[in-house]
Design a binder for this molecule. Structure first.
Ligand code: 8YV
Length: 324
């Protein structure tokens, strides 16, 4: 039993997958359930065969700055892995895996939730009611924007972007326009009656709603900046369930305050859980605390997927979800 791989789980997981991990591996859970520091990681790299991080674990150059590591696998719990410096991992001979597919439907559900909430001013309405400030029905009270039949721009047409397109097109009769770094097969676009444009600049002016489903990281940092917010239709809405750094939040706050766009809805933030104070002053902004994949079913499925990657890796097979 003692030659079982030694595995560190940085946060608490749903019970059933924690049990599965403990049965199969020599598992240590970070019972504090708090984000780990770079120093904690440098230490852990000397003691564990695999580390199972989440988005709250910054595995940047500092955390991976060790001469050598016992760790051979970083099996991320989550699909996005821009918090892991994959070049540094590679130099140390550490493989990286993620958990795609299993969270696409729930993340798209949450993007729809955000889109409907911001268009229909649901957050404002709930705040008003709870504050005891609702004076009653009137024809002009909290009038929002119609969603059905509008144009939805999708930035990043991977698994989650497509799950979003399916909901919006078939459920809400929306016209879908997509931008993606590579060309999408015509047969895939045809499924949603979608059209692919060559650039974000081309996409933005056509859309009533824009939903971000691209990866985070340095390459996409501030992809949505002041200049691009200015390309959006006046009255259009921006939705982000991808990564906080994709939007320049200061520029977004300006655009919201001066009504250059109709509103925005964010599930992710640059430097979360810290929220840029300017955002708190924007009424036409819906904010949720990174809930995209937060269902019992999906969080359990994500854990299973990590277990599959670990088992494959330590039994000498190439893990299905290897990303680096
Ligand atoms: C997770 C996510 O909640 O998978 C992702 O990329 O953002 C969410 O599903 C989180 O990242 C878990 O690490």
């Amino acid at each position: 039993r003692n030659n079982r791989p030694r595995v560190l789980v940085t946060r608490r997981w749903p019970q059933s997958v924690e049990t599965e991990l403990a049965e199969r591996f020599d598992t240590v859970f970070n019972i504090e359930d708090k984000a780990m520091s770079a120093a904690d990681f440098r230490d852990a790299l000397g003691h564990f065969d695999a580390i199972l991080p989440t988005v709250t674990d910054g595995l940047g150059p500092d955390a991976l700055n060790v001469p050598q590591a016992r760790t051979r696998l970083l099996a991320n719990y989550g699909v996005g892995f821009s918090h892991i410096d994959t070049d540094a991992a590679k130099r140390l001979g550490i493989a990286v895996t993620n958990t795609p597919d299993v969270l696409s439907e729930c993340t798209a559900d949450l993007a729809m939730t955000l889109m409907l909430m911001v268009a229909r001013r649901a957050g404002e309405g709930e705040r008003e009611l709870r504050a005891g400030a609702w004076t009653g029905w009137r024809p002009t009270h909290l009038v929002g924007a119609k969603v059905t039949g509008k144009v939805l721009g999708i930035v990043g047409f991977g698994r989650i972007g497509r799950a979003m397109a399916r909901r919006a097109h078939f459920g809400f009769g929306m016209k879908i326009v997509v931008q993606n770094r590579s060309k999408i097969a015509q047969e895939v676009l045809d499924r949603f009656d979608a059209e692919q444009v060559d650039s974000i600049d081309e996409l933005l002016p056509q859309c009533d709603f824009v939903s971000l489903h691209c990866p985070g990281g340095a390459a996409n940092r501030h992809l949505i900046n002041a200049r691009r917010l200015d390309l959006m239709k006046r009255g259009a809405f921006l939705i982000n369930t991808a990564r906080g750094e994709v939007i320049d939040e200061q520029a977004l706050a300006q655009a919201l305050m001066f009504d250059c766009i109709g509103g925005a809805a964010l599930d992710v933030f640059d430097g979360e859980p810290r929220i840029a104070p300017v955002l708190l002053d924007c009424d036409n902004l819906v904010m949720l605390p990174h809930l995209g994949s937060a269902t019992e079913e999906t969080r359990t499925a994500m854990g299973r997927r990590v277990v599959d990657n670990l088992v494959d890796f330590f039994e000498g097979r190439e893990p299905g979800d290897r990303v680096a």
